[in-house]
Write a protein that binds this ligand. Structure first.
Ligand SMILES: Nc1nc2c(ncn2[C@@H]2O[C@H](COP(=O)(O)OP(=O)(O)O)[C@@H](O)[C@H]2O)c(=O)[nH]1
Ligand SMILES: [Mg+2]
Length: 334
């Protein structure tokens, strides 16, 4: 199941207590202090992973607790440290403190461990507490408690391109044509209930390596009022750099249909609606040959994800827009 929001409780391990003990030697009633230090409590970390795309596993477990440090022992034996807990989360996960709503972490790169709750320090044993003035301390320190946090995790998937269209526009078919992703395809609306990501390899185009395309559920008029699947899932294209607006060739008025889509985007956020876009008419194979030039509005591209006609043209356009917006971000655009 696709889960993009959850709350969890985490607790780092407490530090082990220091030990209060004395050397025991034959014929010597009380030797030197030899109580060892307590071990450090385990810490809790998050690590971004490119292999998972939902918070499902994290949400299922809900409680995470790292081990406590072991107590120190006599003969200056230090307690073992508690094991750390590392929680993998999908890239694009933002971690909030549940109480203050403050952002603790934005997980944007894979593989880096981020400390979320620190394990408690172990207490010192009386051997470590010896001073010139107190050569035989009759006390030791308790371990410090590990940090405890209630967290809210919100996932906004990381993708470069977002596919926007009515249900049945052919978004999923397009994604499965250009990537290895296999979203469900059918001729009834709302087959896509969750975002699907596809990685497009691009070795020849201007963009260089590969990029991620997100297929999200279809948008219908007034979905911002809760119709259909609503617009909550639009968060998953918030971090894209290009939107591909897709309208079916059966549309009576493609320009108006595109406006309806843009209007729904605007209701979600002006920022989202203002992203660079390309406009695509899908399923051109169903148009009679002489109809194509008439039907496709100026500045739009036509394609058929079934026959493959025009698909490369669409990818080149998308890659071109991505390259231009990256150049602008770097400040060397014109
Ligand atoms: N003839 C034709 N049918 C298509 C094309 N692309 C998609 N379809 C069909 O349109 C229906 C909806 O496609 P789908 O990709 O699930 O649309 P989505 O709801 O936008 O993801 C399916 O029956 C597809 O087989 C196309 O280029 N040509
Ligand atoms: Mg679909």
């Amino acid at each position: 199941m696709f889960i993009d929001e959850t709350t969890i409780e985490i607790k780092a391990g407490d530090g082990g207590n220091g030990c209060h003990s004395y050397e025991r030697l034959k014929y010597k009633p009380k030797g030197k202090p030899d109580g060892g230090n307590g071990g450090r409590g385990g810490s809790v970390y998050f690590v971004g992973s490119g292999q998972i795309h939902t918070l499902q596993d994290v949400a299922y477990r809900r409680h995470y607790k790292a081990d406590r440090g072991a107590h120190g022992k006599g003969k200056k034996q230090a307690g073992k440290s508690g094991e750390d807990v590392v929680i993998p989360v999908p890239l694009g996960t933002t971690v909030y403190d549940e109480a203050s709503s403050e952002i603790i972490l934005d997980c944007l790169s894979a593989g880096k461990r981020e400390l979320i709750a620190k394990g408690g320090r172990g207490g010192r044993g009386n051997a470590a507490l010896v001073t010139r003035f107190n050569p035989s301390p009759e006390f030791c320190e308790p371990g410090k408690p590990g940090e405890e946090k209630n967290l809210r995790l919100v996932l906004k998937v990381l993708a470069d391109v977002g596919l926007v269209g009515r249900p049945n526009a052919g978004k999923s078919t397009f994604l499965s044509r250009i990537s290895h992703a296999r979203p469900k395809i059918a001729d009834y609306p709302f087959t896509t209930k969750e975002p699907h990501l596809g990685i497009v390899k691009n070795n020849s185009g201007p963009f260089g390596s590969s990029y991620v395309v997100a297929d999200i559920p279809g948008l219908i008029e007034d979905c911002h009022k809760g119709k259909g699947m609503g617009i909550r899932f639009l968060r998953h294209i918030e971090r894209t750099s290009v939107l591909a607006i897709m309208v079916e060739s059966t549309s009576e008025d493609p320009v108006r249909d595109a406006e309806v889509l843009l209007n729904e985007l605007t209701h979600y956020s002006e920022h989202l609606a203002a992203k660079p876009k390309c406009f695509i008419m899908t399923k051109t194979d169903t148009l009679p040959d002489d109809d194509e030039t008439v039907k496709i509005p100026d500045g739009w591209l036509g394609m058929s994800a079934v026959t493959g006609d025009g698909v490369n043209g669409v990818l080149r356009e998308i890659e071109g827009i991505m390259k231009r917006s990256k150049d602008e971000l770097r400040g060397d655009g014109d």
